[in-house]
Design a binder for this molecule. Structure first.
Ligand code: FES
Length: 107
């Protein structure tokens, strides 16, 4: 069972346990991580699950999809090279220990 860490804008780290196959967004919302709104429920339509992937993990994630890429351009917080949508990050043992930073805002 992978565990991942969300780092809030104030630097506070929040570790959550995830199930294999669950998305990082689902793990966050199930365990009340503030800062992940996920208004569209994980359908890659809202960009309110925007996260910044820790640089050490970036290369281990699957390539960004076209829909995700387009949506990130409209994210409320500044898009950066390590921006991803947490609903598109499927968790498994290979991502145990993943670190995701939360943006200042999602809307
Ligand atoms: S939850 Fe809406 S795009 Fe991720």
């Amino acid at each position: 069972m992978p565990s991942i860490t969300f780092v809030h804008p104030d630097g506070r780290a929040q570790r959550v346990e995830a199930s294999n196959g669950e998305s990082a967004m689902q793990a966050a919302t199930r365990q009340d991580v503030s800062g992940i709104l996920a208004e569209c429920g994980g359908n890659a339509m809202c960009a309110t699950c925007h996260v910044y992937v820790d640089e050490n993990w970036l290369a281990r994630l699957p390539a960004i999809g076209d829909d995700e890429d387009a949506l990130l351009d409209g994210a409320a917080a500044e898009r950066q090279a390590n921006s991803r949508l947490s609903c598109q990050i499927k968790l498994g043992a290979e991502l145990d220990g993943l670190v995701l930073r939360l943006p200042e805002r999602q809307t």
